[in-house]
Design a protein around this ligand. Structure first.
Ligand SMILES: C[S@@+](CC[C@H](N)C(=O)[O-])C[C@H]1O[C@@H](n2cnc3c(N)ncnc32)[C@H](O)[C@@H]1O
Length: 201
């Protein structure tokens, strides 16, 4: 245990799932997956919560979907991915009657959804988080949980010297956070690239 990484890994006692081969394959093609630090925290926090209806926006290759599927054995999961090759790969990776993948944008999926959501996990395009949240709010009752990954955007969400495109991203991320902090009892955790966690007021 001679490094921070080894030390942390040794004490990641809640982490329900790890697939380093998929992590590497995914990251090699530019698709990041939830870190073990985030996974450890989510495993700890969501343990024993009454969660039956989960919506994930941004399936990637299905790593986090499988993670949630193992962590929440009673939950039905809808996972949404707009990029067809990733959707297909995720669908092959995780076959379960409790999980359904949708090849569409998160915005389109949420506009059509009628059922309540107990857990909304946002891991798609950050400038869209505010739109996902606006669409999902009517489906979330008091106590429903919102998790949103990569809030810091590797620094692009708050650094002063950024180009025009990233200024738009900064504005949208702040719109998301302002709305999310109004609607949820919440915290922004500086784990990995920043995790928003909230319970609906
Ligand atoms: C960071 S990756 C997801 C990683 C995955 N959640 C995991 O941890 O294994 C983000 C994914 O979101 C998808 N995405 C981005 N914007 C989206 C949107 N508006 N609707 C649906 N999917 C979106 C991207 O194509 C990409 O595959």
């Amino acid at each position: 245990m001679n490094s921070r990484k080894n030390f942390l890994e040794y004490y990641q006692r809640n982490l329900v799932f790890k697939d380093e081969a998929l992590r590497e394959a995914s990251q090699a093609t530019g698709v990041s997956v939830i870190s073990n630090e985030i996974g450890e925290f989510i495993s700890f926090y969501l343990n024993n919560k009454d969660i039956y209806e989960v919506v994930e926006i941004g399936s990637g290759y299905g790593y986090s979907t499988k993670f949630l599927h193992i962590l929440l054995p009673e939950a039905r999961i809808h996972s949404v991915e707009r990029y067809f090759p990733r959707y297909e790969r995720a669908r092959e990776y995780l076959v379960s009657e409790r999980v359904e993948f949708f090849n569409m944008s998160g915005e389109d999926y949420l506009a059509k959804r009628k059922e309540k959501i107990d857990l909304l996990f946002l891991d798609g395009s950050k400038p869209h988080y505010v739109h996902f949240l606006e669409a999902a709010l009517p489906l979330m009752d008091r106590g429903a949980i919102l998790l949103a990954d990569n809030i810091f955007g590797r620094g692009l969400s708050y650094e002063e010297e950024v180009d025009k495109r990233h200024r738009t991203m900064q504005r949208r991320i702040r719109e998301f956070l302002d709305l999310a902090f109004e609607e949820f009892h919440a915290s922004l955790l500086p784990i990995d690239d920043g995790l928003f966690i909230g319970e609906k007021l």
